[in-house]
Design a protein around this ligand. Structure first.
Ligand code: FES
Length: 112
């Protein structure tokens, strides 16, 4: 039985420098992941959400990519300074941060 309300996945995939696809780790996603872990702990949200590292989520050009399940909410271009807003609004109150949502038809992602 699942005990968490949400699972937040941060892509920390890394490709070599100059790879045409790029990668989230080369865009700072490891620091984003660390900040999520730190804030979920500090704000005592561990009962509500678990932060996980993920391999590639197929939206490499728009990284760092963060996905929140089971809400099926996807964030792109997430910076360390954006993390607290996601933690407070989405993980704390269930309200996604609109300004960081993946555009409606991102390349490589189809939910239909
Ligand atoms: S490397 Fe992060 S989505 Fe592909």
């Amino acid at each position: 039985m699942h005990t968490k309300k949400r699972y937040l996945m941060v892509c920390t995939n890394e490709r070599e420098e100059g790879h045409p696809k790029g990668s989230c780790a080369r865009c700072g996603s490891v620091n984003v992941y660390d900040r999520f872990k730190q804030l979920v702990d500090e704000k005592e949200l561990k009962e509500k959400a678990r932060v996980l590292e993920s391999s590639c989520l197929d939206l490499c050009a728009d990284g760092p990519i963060v996905c929140v399940m089971p809400d099926n909410i996807w964030y792109s271009g997430v910076r360390v300074e954006d993390v607290e807003e996601i933690v407070d609004s989405h993980l704390g109150h269930g309200e996604p941060v609109e300004r960081l949502l993946v555009p409606e038809e991102p390349a490589g992602l189809s939910l239909s």
